[in-house]
Ligand binder design. Sequence first.
Ligand SMILES: [Zn+2]
Length: 75
Amino acid sequence: MKETYTITLLCVFCDVPLQDEEGKEYRSGDLIKCQQCGEENDYDSVLEIAKEKSIAEIEEDMTQELMKALKNIGK
Ligand SMILES: [Zn+2]
């Protein structure tokens, strides 16, 4: 299981990771312009999608760890 998880914000229009502008911090209500397609992404929406993806990834990892542990018990 990975020690750390990184959240990548993806453009909702073209699915490319959004690049932060240097030194800029985004907050609720901000728009993040995609470097790839030029569309503006709603920060709250992309963060929500990124959170859901991360949770799914963590759950997947945890399930695998659990299956391994259960196999060991069965030995
Ligand atoms: Zn885009």
